[in-house]
Ligand binder design. Structure first.
Ligand code: GNR
Ligand code: NI
Length: 171
């Protein structure tokens, strides 16, 4: 097992559109294991492969209290289950220590492959539904700060660039 480095906004590689996984083999399962380890280590509730510079459609997630209910979503697709939406404060491991309200579909139906390559369906609401939409956005090169005004997003960019300069100086 290994930890991956997480790309941070405004890194252009976060804008890559990920390709579908053609075969769920040991190489993919190895990526999944490393992504789970990276997600738990970073104390996130989800992680998309895009965030670790792997441009394949793979997501890991765990929204449980005790971090003991991992979800693996390969080639995920979701459809909204109705017209209701909900605001929630979101954060992102690629935009550290910044939080903002984002409006998402309240309920979604997900189809995906599990780590054995078997298809499954899942109906989600609340935090899980938000997280599914947030992670699927990553696979399309999209970030939650894209929903903010240009002015706010530019402010976040400056904040992150400052943070990255300070970290580089300390390294
Ligand atoms: O850890 C995370 N928390 C979170 C909170 C609300 C909505 C979405 C998320 S996902 C985020 C981890 C992450 O960056 N995943 O891409
Ligand atoms: Ni994120």
């Amino acid at each position: 097992m290994a930890l991956y480095q997480i790309l941070e906004f405004p890194d252009a590689r976060l804008r890559t559109v990920a390709k579908p996984v053609e075969e769920v083999n040991d190489e993919i399962r190895n990526i999944v294991e490393n992504m789970l380890e990276t997600m738990y280590h970073a104390k996130g509730i989800g992680l998309a492969a895009t965030q670790v510079n792997i441009h394949q459609r793979i997501i890991v997630m765990d929204v449980s209290e005790n971090n003991d209910q991992p979800y693996v979503m390969i080639n995920p697709e979701y459809t909204p289950l109705d017209d209701d939406s909900e605001m929630m404060q979101e954060g992102c491991l690629s935009v550290p220590e910044y939080y903002a309200d984002v409006k998402r579909h309240l309920r979604v139906q997900l189809t995906a492959l599990d780590r054995d390559g078997n298809p499954y369906e899942l109906e989600a609401d609340g935090l899980l539904a938000h997280c599914i939409q947030h992670e699927c956005d990553h696979l399309d090169g999209k970030l939650f700060v894209d929903y903010l005004s240009t002015m706010k997003r530019n402010r976040v960019r400056k904040l992150m660039e400052k943070r990255q300069r300070e970290q580089a100086r300390q390294a």
